[in-house]
Design a protein around this ligand. Structure first.
Ligand code: PLP
Length: 545
């Protein structure tokens, strides 16, 4: 069977680009309110696509006209069953920014078809990535210890923030084990545990399983579920409710309470458990609350055992800024960077709010030795001179998979096309639009704001009515949200507000349902946000009265 000819690929490639461009243009019909001809949130039920797909793969080649059929099927079966993440009226979750320069990077990456698992398997893939991570670290004001040129730091592209958190946790455990082993060496009575592989906690010897220490991970109640998931994958917790994950209560702003964190860490140290990693979130998923990384770092320093006896780092502080990290580029958001110079690792997703088509998460650590040791195995078939020389990074040791896509290309194209100033202007425009939306909500007596706006997310609900109980008000909020989404002109998502707000100034909102609108789509303009708000008001008049 002959391969597709270069001429055929050229022609079909042009047709595919036309299809993509047409799709993007169709997302914004320009009516100011709802955008494209398709509902933003997919309206197809389960099985709609499955029911139209053959149950077995084709035995025979497609033959003459195959691509007409394929393009027709994309139009008929795929596009209608999409939620249109690139619609200017996508306000749900966090955005998943795409852009034409990034799409070109994806195309080139697929076209070059390299696997950058080792430096030696395509030096350009590794070295471009290394340089881009350094560019971004400098642009964001990260300290020099996170640069690839530092003694023990550096960064790489991970697929997602979830994978960064897992990588951070594995590195943290590596370091804790090494410290435990070191301390045992210098403490002969504890050698009694050698039969368990020499691993144990930092306090009393209260092992778990076959003598492994009981590690504990901490994050706020508002942290993303990927923190618990990482702990489960790493075998530290058996499930999301496992006590080896502490969910630290938040304050009225939704930020982690440092006093509660310290209390929990102290309790664990006293009980002989090992506080392994604290994950602070800059820009929580629910309400974009900001954990005070500087205060968290300082508070942890006060806990005996957080540092080794020799003062060296032991517990690991990771920062998950999956969405908000993009704002580190903007000087007016310098407060979001406070304390980053004191953490062990950091991640943020250019694929959320920095125009770099999914997937692209940037991850930096100041302790690459612990990271690399945690995931490095050297089978004979991967050995090569460059790796042995120690002069290169082999990024396969920085994450779970061996193989690596050439993701740096799309980020490189984005940075070169927009420049940092272009990206800053883009972010600032979204923040401006979110502030406008916030004002419209505040001025409308039928609605109330439910959380302080820290960046481009506005959280609100219909105002309660006299005599209405909490459940009825939540039901009205949900009805409104569902009706808005069903209407197809925009897509918003729900949040359950922090339960710890009970008894605080936010008591009325504790554990209650609200609507979140994140203004961050690549194509969004003021006319869209205005139209979306008018649509919400219109639907609210119909549905919730
Ligand atoms: N962390 C935060 C704060 C998030 O909001 C999200 C997703 O929205 C994630 C992590 C997970 O992101 P990813 O899909 O890159 O794993």
């Amino acid at each position: 069977m002959p391969h597709m000819s270069a001429d055929q690929f050229r022609a079909l490639g042009a047709r595919m680009l036309e299809t993509i461009t047409g799709y993007w243009e169709g997302l914004d019909a320009g009516d100011g309110a709802g955008g494209g001809r398709l509902p933003v949130m997919c309206d197809k039920g389960p099985g709609w696509v499955l029911g139209q797909l053959p149950e077995r793969a084709p035995e025979e080649p497609g033959g003459a006209g195959e691509w007409d059929a394929i393009f027709a099927d994309v139009e008929k079966l795929i596009v209608p069953a999409l939620t249109h993440w690139q619609s200017p009226n996508f306000y749900s979750f966090f955005p998943c920014n795409g852009s034409y320069p990034a799409i070109l990077g994806e195309l080139l990456s697929a076209g070059l078809g390299v696997n950058g698992m080792l430096w030696a398997t395509s030096p350009a893939a590794t070295e471009l990535e290394t340089r881009l991570l350094d560019w971004m670290a400098k642009a964001m004001g990260l300290s020099d210890e996170f640069l690839s040129t530092s003694a023990n730091g550096g960064g790489c592209i991970q697929a997602t923030a979830s994978e960064s958190t897992l990588a951070a946790l594995l590195a943290a455990r590596q370091r804790a084990r090494a410290k435990g082993a070191e301390e045992e060496e210098g403490n002969s009575p504890r050698r009694a545990t050698e039969g368990h592989g020499g691993r144990q906690g930092w306090g009393e010897e209260k092992g778990r399983g076959r003598g492994a220490p009981e590690y504990v991970v901490y994050a706020s109640t508002q942290a993303h579920s990927s923190v618990a998931k990482a702990a489960m994958i790493a075998g530290i917790a058996e499930g999301p409710e496992d006590p080896h994950i502490w969910l630290v209560p938040v304050d009225a702003s939704g930020a982690m309470r440092e006093d509660e964190l310290v209390r929990m860490v102290r309790e664990d140290v006293t009980a002989g458990r090992v506080p392994l990693m604290v994950c602070a979130t800059v820009g929580t998923t629910g309400i974009t609350a900001i954990d005070r990384v500087d205060r968290i770092a300082a508070a942890l320093e006060s806990v005996p055992g957080w540092r080794g006896a020799d003062g060296s780092a032991r517990g690991w502080l990771h920062v998950d800024a999956a969405h908000a990290g993009a704002l580190w580029l903007c000087e007016e958001f310098a407060h979001l960077r406070a304390g980053l110079e004191r953490v062990d690792s950091i991640c943020f997703n250019p694929h959320k709010w920095m125009l770099t088509t999914f997937d692209c998460d940037l991850f930096w650590t100041r302790d690459r030795r612990s990271l690399v040791t945690s995931m490095s195995i050297n089978p004979a078939y991967l050995k090569n001179e460059a790796s042995e020389s120690g002069a290169v990074f082999d990024y396969r040791d920085w994450h779970v998979p061996l193989g690596r896509r050439f993701r740096a290309l799309k980020l490189w194209f984005v940075l070169r096309h927009y420049g940092l100033e272009g990206i800053r202007a883009y972010l600032r425009e979204h923040v401006r639009l979110a502030a406008l939306l916030e004002r419209w909500v505040a001025e409308d007596g039928a609605f109330e704001l439910c959380a302080a706006r820290t960046m481009n997310l506005v959280v609100f609900r219909p105002r309660g009515k006299a005599g209405e109980d909490e459940a009825a008000q939540d039901a009205r909020t949900k009805d409104l949200m569902d009706a808005v989404n069903r209407g197809g002109r925009l897509f918003v998502s729900p949040v359950v507000l922090p339960r710890e707000w009970k008894g605080t100034e936010r008591d009325q909102l504790a554990g209650r349902l609200a609507i979140r609108m994140c203004v961050g789509a690549t194509l969004v303009e003021e006319r869209h946000v205005h139209g979306a708000w008018e649509e919400i008001r219109r639907v609210a008049r119909e549905v919730t009265n």
